[in-house]
Design a protein around this ligand. Structure first.
Ligand code: ADP
Ligand code: MG
Length: 620
């Protein structure tokens, strides 16, 4: 059912809420959408303003936050209360950032090395999630103001190397900002999408995404085939970017003007002031040959040639990372089909030239490098909104997902390579009479026995009302949402008792581990099949013994003495067969026991018992 809303500002009818793409950057953040008419991605900007919102939060004396350009102004005048680069702190403990603690001009709490970092402003403490949520809130408000419609559904990008904790932290920041984060997308993937790469499913390509931002450098090698992006390798430096170019310029000017480092350290206003002039110089030198500005009566100037010699080592370092990334992916520059330039710092001509020289090809730089990630996020958002039906298959499950059933077998609910989002349900039943708890153990992997797979989660469905074995109907459903989160629900259908749990299937799994699990399943396929058949036979045998025993106990009066003896003998024989590793023998003995009991079982057919004989049951 489509929802139609009315735009309060214009009075016009409008479509269901738009999903927007957000680049939550270390230095700058922005929002992009697919333009409803042109169908092209566009970055949102206020009238003749910039699309970029500096990722900076300033707190005033009352702890009220200001975000963006207005906050950036305080970098110079109020550095202790002006938080920049909060993204670097996402999901980090103080131990993680200790080496670079000097980088932050504000107070990062360091009394407990292992817990997640917080930032202190006045007497308030803020987590990186809080800080990011202020930026996201600002982006949401801006988008709503520009679009004149509520905005809550978003796609947010993160660096390809972000681990699960950092991705989760980003998602949490979104939630705090009142956003429904439909998906977290890798920045290089988004940038590729913005160039239309991967939109043609026939196309197989190997892409290098070179992203030099304000404070970070990332090189990612991606492969697209069948519309699926795979990160082959990433490399880079989380403390290398345009800011370092600015610092190199500041240093140069200090030498020129005879300012000592001590002086600069003493005077944060001076240092920030110089920094801002340096950035200005750098940007201008991307388009012209020289820069000069009057500053407190002094002349600060810089030629492009000098600038390029200042940043040469920095560029060299990024080229070294490119080599490493290629090596890790097992590729050479000749294997790279396309090079995508991302990040404001790739506007520097010397950077572009070096990259194109390294790969031996011209680079893709036609899309605005500081908007390209957000634009790609908008493309992804549009795909999620279902507006691009040819291109739904962007994500698949790398490994099968299932639950443990009797005998430690893996019962697969969602097979590997299933498209997500997806939902699957299956019914199970209890094994014992009056069983009130059912344990649901969720596993990931391709092997037939759960012990060879990876356990993701476990929970118990409690409070199943007392019923004979086999009577409860427990529906277990697996739902993987667009974000890759698995929600497992168990519900006893007769009584309605239900329980659910959320799991992240990819948690902590590297690509190599996924590959290894797949390889293992292939090498063990035959052995697994035999084990599975044996376990299934044993389980069946045990159930039959159980049911038969109960039946005799309950219905002894209906049976002749001979029947009871014959049954007991057949049961003993089956019991013995169960201890041997021979599934055929077990099947034969099950059949023999059935032969003996069939006549009287037919006489007193019990729905509950026949129910228990059918259907799978989970261990209690
Ligand atoms: P991030 O991804 O870290 O948020 P961006 O992609 O927005 O960063 O890049 C910001 C960096 O790009 C800053 O260091 C800024 O000075 C630099 N930058 C922006 N425009 C230019 C330009 N014209 N020339 C050189 N550097 C630029
Ligand atoms: Mg960026």
């Amino acid at each position: 059912m489509a929802k139609i809303g009315i735009n309060i500002a214009t009075g016009s009818l409008q479509q269901a809420e738009m999903i927007v793409g957000i680049d939550l950057g270390t230095t700058n953040s922005l929002v992009a959408i697919i333009h409803p008419e042109s169908k092209q991605p566009v970055a949102l900007k206020e009238h003749n303003g910039s699309s970029l919102v500096p990722s900076i939060v300033h707190f005033d004396g009352f702890g009220n936050p200001t975000v963006g350009e207005a906050a950036k102004a305080f970098m110079e005048t109020d550095p202790q209360n002006t938080i920049f680069s909060a993204k670097r702190l996402m999901g980090k403990s103080f131990r993680d950032i200790k080496e670079n603690a000097g980088f932050f001009t504000y107070k990062v709490i360091d009394d407990d090395a292992d817990s997640l970092v917080k930032v202190q402003v006045g007497n308030q403490f803020y987590s990186p999630i809080d800080l990011s949520s202020y930026i996201l809130k600002e982006l949401k408000q801006r988008a709503e103001h520009i679009l004149k419609t509520p905005v809550s559904k978003v796609v947010i990008t993160v660096p390809a190397y972000f681990n699960d904790a950092q991705r989760q932290a980003t998602r949490d920041a979104g939630k705090l900002a009142g956003l429904d984060v439909l998906r977290i997308v890798n920045e290089p993937t988004a940038a590729s999408l913005a160039y239309g790469l991967g939109m043609n499913k026939e196309e197989e390509k190997t892409i290098a995404v070179y992203d030099l931002g304000g404070g970070t450098f990332d090189i990612s090698i991606l492969r697209i085939s069948n519309g699926i992006f795979e990160v082959l390798s990433t490399n880079g430096n989380t403390y290398l970017g345009g800011d370092d170019m600015d610092r190199a310029i500041v240093q140069y000017w200090m030498e020129q003007a005879g300012i000592s480092l001590e002086e600069l350290k003493q005077n944060k206003e001076l240092s920030q002031g110089l920094r801002l002039r340096a950035e200005e110089a750098k940007k201008q030198l991307s388009g012209q040959d020289s820069f000069s500005v009057d500053w407190n009566g002094d002349q600060l100037s810089l030629s492009r040639e000098t600038f390029e010699s200042l940043i040469r080592p920095l560029i060299e370092q990024t080229m070294q990372s490119c080599s490493n990334a290629l090596k890790d992916a097992g590729l050479t520059t000749a294997d790279i089909d396309t090079i995508v330039m991302v990040g404001g710092s790739t506007r520097v001509p010397a950077v572009k030239n070096a990259v194109s020289e390294f790969f031996g090809k011209p680079v893709n730089d036609s899309v605005n490098p500081d908007e390209v990630v957000a634009l790609g996020a908008a493309v992804q958002a549009d795909i999620l909104a279902g507006n691009n039906k040819d291109f739904l298959l962007l994500d698949i499950t790398p490994l099968s997902l299932g639950i443990e059933t009797m005998g430690g077998l893996m019962d697969v609910l969602i097979p590997r390579n299933a498209k997500i989002p997806t939902k699957v349900g299956r019914q199970y039943t209890t094994q014992k009479d009056g069983q009130s708890d059912m344990r649901i153990s969720v596993f990931q992997g391709e092997r037939d026995l759960v012990k060879d797979n990876r356990k993701l989660a476990e929970f118990s469905l409690k409070g199943i009302p007392g019923m004979p074995a086999g009577l409860p109907k427990v529906e277990v459903s697996f739902l993987i949402n667009a974000d890759g989160i698995l929600v497992v629900k168990a519900k006893e259908l007769r009584s309605g008792v239900a329980q659910e749990i959320e799991v992240k299937p990819q948690y902590g799994l590297t690509d190599e581990e996924v590959e290894k699990m797949l390889m293992d399943s292939l090498t063990h396929a035959k052995e697994d099949m035999q084990v599975r058949a044996l376990v299934e036979a044993r389980t069946e045998g045990e159930q039959i013994l159980d049911v038969t025993e109960k039946f005799i106990g309950k219905n002894a009066s209906l049976l002749t003495k001979e029947e009871i003896t014959a049954t007991a003998t057949a049961m003993q024989v089956l019991q013995l067969a169960l201890t041997m590793d021979d599934k055929n023998l077990i099947h034969t003995k099950i059949e023999e026991l059935n032969e003996v009991t069939r006549p009287f079982a037919e006489r007193a057919m019990d729905a509950a018992i026949s129910g228990a004989l059918k259907g799978k049951s989970i261990t209690s």
